[in-house]
Design a protein around this ligand. Structure first.
Ligand code: ADP
Ligand code: MG
Length: 558
């Protein structure tokens, strides 16, 4: 028999788990059931796409059994099982897809937060068990294996007997201690309640033998206790439920169960479309920017189900890049199960669904902006940059989709405002939407160019992100009003031209020529300007590219 040590990070997590005085130990059951459900998903999918396997829907179930006398809680599934190598890889190391890998060292110190919010998968079992035994047989193997561990001292793997494909997990429930009781996890009513609370929407029946009290057959007046197999969960997946039946907390629970993010959703969108295309979707806008969001590692996509069967975990085709922050799932009856990734890209149904989803997200965001501006601002702070990249990357092709979702800081309102807000406040005769660029709002406000335009009573939008001005250049205009940098040479603001001409007279020309020659080709021209108030001099840009854009362009790698 082989005895192996857990990997370092798994060990740390296990210790944390075992020593945790966390009150929500009950979530261990949710974790194991969701693993069983995932395993059946895989099996179901395999049997539907592989002709050599027969299809017996009734076979797919999760069984839970409590054995009080021996302090054992047993979970059995008819899922895909694990090979020896998979056992090793999946249970010997911390779940690859689990939450720990994403959490920073410091945040782990006090484990309450991560266990409570996201669970940690299989290892959660060690919160209530001092020994866990897994016996499993994979669809790809004739040999079954047994994995066993006490959670601290490594684990063993050895061959075992098991007739059918699937997995049986036995938890040896801890003995009570002075300040902690574990008995409840062997109580029928308690187990039922935990399953109802966390796993009601699991799509396969979770079955349990429960004791029921019924009238006796031979004597109706007397009651006796019988064992009866019951299905505990309602099995209707949340996305097939009626919106009116669901509370915000149900969506939050789903978001967490699905591990869409480590935060709470800021907003959910529940879509049920029944027409030329038919699909159900639950989409989420996360509350926070994922840590890898603006990096190459981030993968966009939605889970894709074909009539209730998961066929792809991250279907990128369903989301435009500028909405890549959206999480969630889509289930459609109109998709074929064994559709390949290549075929999906050209699938007409999928394209229609993607288009439909895009417009749902857009309109939900617009509504949020109108009705819940504070919430929208929160969203915008997390993902606004992506919207601006969206405008920029597609050369303005998404202008109509995105321009009304953009916000910029306003010099007069002292907060983020939309372009339509700005336009509605434009002065009579004002032709341009003025903006100024710089590192921060404070610095922009102090620019001589800003000062002058603001002094004339114009509202100015402050651009503090690199992408801002590039995005605006792609938009060109909003509501037929063009954008104009306050530092461009031609501002279309009325100034006293006669005076400007005067100061540009022959006499001053010599001085300017001298200045130009000292600056030695660094500037094109030196002139007087009426645009200055408290500053002696400023740099003005001539042409399309402003000084700030030039800085960004020069900083870009070739
Ligand atoms: P996650 O579910 O996030 O991947 P877990 O720690 O819950 O992380 O599980 C780790 C892995 O172990 C799963 O991804 C799966 O491959 C495997 N696994 C766990 N339980 C089962 C099961 N009942 N049947 C088959 N495979 C399982
Ligand atoms: Mg899991």
């Amino acid at each position: 028999m082989e005895k192996k040590q857990f990997q370092a990070e798994s060990k740390r997590l296990l210790e944390m788990m075992v020593n945790s005085i966390y009150s929500q130990k009950e979530i261990f059951l949710r974790e194991l059931i969701s693993n069983a459900s995932d395993a059946i998903d895989k099996m179901y999918y395999r049997s539907l796409t592989d002709d050599s396997l027969s299809f017996e829907k009734d076979r797919y179930a999760i069984y839970v059994e409590a054995d009080k006398d021996n302090r054992k809680l047993v979970m059995k599934d008819t899922g895909i099982g694990m090979t020896k190598e998979e056992l090793e890889a999946n249970l010997g190391t911390i779940a690859k897809s689990g939450s720990l890998a994403f959490k920073k060292e410091t945040e782990i110190e006090d484990g309450h937060d991560i266990i409570g919010q996201f669970g940690v998968g299989f290892y959660a079992a060690f919160m209530v068990a001092d020994k866990v035994t897994v016996i499993t047989r994979s669809i790809d193997s004739d040999q079954a294996y047994k994995w066993e561990s006490d959670g601290t001292d490594g684990y063993t793997i050895e061959p075992a007997e098991k007739e059918d494909v699937g997995t049986v997990i036995t938890l040896h429930i801890k003995e009570n201690t002075d300040d902690e009781s574990y008995d409840e996890y062997l109580e029928e009513y308690r187990i039922k309640a935990i399953i109802k609370k966390y796993s009601d929407f699991i799509r396969y029946p979770i079955k349990m033998n429960v004791t029921v009290s019924k009238p006796k057959e031979d004597n109706e007046d007397e009651y006796a206790e019988y064992q009866e197999e019951q299905t505990i969960n309602s099995m209707v997946p949340i996305w097939r439920k009626n919106k009116s039946e669901l509370k915000d907390s149900d969506y939050e629970q789903f978001y967490q169960d699905k591990r869409y993010g480590f935060d709470k959703p800021l907003e959910h969108i529940h879509v049920s479309v029944d027409g030329a295309i038919r699909y159900n979707a639950i989409l989420f806008i996360p509350e926070h920017t994922p840590f890898d969001y603006y990096s190459k590692e981030y993968e966009k996509g939605l889970e894709l189900y074909a009539n209730g069967v998961l066929i792809m975990e991250k279907c990128a085709e369903l989301l435009p890049d500028y909405f890549s922050f959206v999480k969630g799932m889509v289930d459609s009856e109109d998709l074929s199960l064994n559709i390949s990734r290549e075929m999906l890209q050209h699938d007409r149904q999928l394209k229609l669904i993607a288009k439909n989803i895009k417009s749902k997200i857009k309109s939900q965001l617009k509504t949020m902006l109108k009705k819940e501006p504070d919430k929208y601002e929160k969203f915008y702070k997390a993902f606004g940059r992506q919207l601006k990249f969206g405008v920029y990357n597609d050369f303005g092709a998404n202008k109509d989709d995105l321009q009304d979702l953009l916000l910029f800081y306003s010099s007069t309102e002292k907060k983020l405002v939309s372009l339509s807000d700005y336009v509605s406040r434009m002065k009579e005769g004002q032709t341009y939407i003025y903006y100024a660029t710089g590192e921060s709002n404070e610095r922009i406000a102090k620019l001589p160019q800003t000062e002058m335009v603001a002094d004339q009573g114009y509202e100015i939008l402050y651009f503090t992100e690199d992408v801002d001005e590039f995005a605006i250049k792609m938009l060109r205009s909003y509501d037929e009003k063009e954008f104009m940098s306050v530092s461009s040479a031609d501002l279309d603001i009325e100034t006293d031209e006669k005076q400007e001409e005067e100061t540009n007279s022959e006499e001053n020309k010599k001085l300017f020529e001298k200045m130009k020659s000292i600056l030695d080709g660094k500037v094109k021209d030196v002139r007087t300007s009426k645009r200055l108030k408290s500053h002696p001099v400023f740099l003005a840009a001539d042409g399309e590219i402003t000084l700030e854009m030039e800085k960004v362009l020069q900083a870009m790698p070739d």
